[in-house]
Design a protein around this ligand. Sequence first.
Ligand code: ADP
Length: 222
Amino acid sequence: MRTYFFERRAEVIKLTKRQDEILQIVKASGPITGKEIAEKLSLTRAALRPDLAILTMSGNLDARPRVGYFYNQELEVKQHAEKFLHQQVSDFKAHPIVVEKSTSVYDAIVQLFLEDVGTLYAVDEEGNLAGVISRKDLLRTAIGNQNLNELPVSVIMTRMPNIVTIRPEETLLEAAKKMINNHIDSLPVVKEVDDHTYLLVGRITKTTITRAYLEIMDQKLG
Ligand code: ADP
């Protein structure tokens, strides 16, 4: 059974089978009168009245006098947008591209191109997050610096405790906020080992968020 919002009362209700049938009819054939809906379901207009009242009150249907019932597409979009934002990071995280702290800036640039990513993560011997190296970090270093083969990324990376991280159980909404508020393109997904020590388990990027959004909207509305 589908779940729809009683938006005005901010509570979630389960629709009955008949209410769901009515919604599908209006979705396919709206605007449609109560009389026409009743005919399609072989019911009397009076028998349908309570269900139509519930669907209108909840905002799933709109009613216009002398025209009929409309399906409220806006509410459906809103519900799916909400659903999207509350997805967990763990379900969408991508594989992180990592380098060792001792990797040269030159090799890091090569790695960035080979892996086709915008950010690399530096890890220590245990796989714990040590630093973030972005495109701009590498570009800044490359301008005017002759010795990219000798310079380790540990010298130029953004390091702990300045790294903004996200945990697998947090939501895409929280991930999006952290990226926008900190003006960064990606977040390392981490599990806390102990104070200031985080195991790197994935990455979330602005592209991940956009892809997740399209997937969920396409599935539900497509
Ligand atoms: P770009 O360099 O391609 O614009 P970002 O906007 O992600 O990529 O990075 C901007 C700066 O922020 C860089 O110096 C980078 O090291 C740093 N940075 C990137 N991601 C993070 C993060 N999760 N936490 C802290 N700093 C970050």
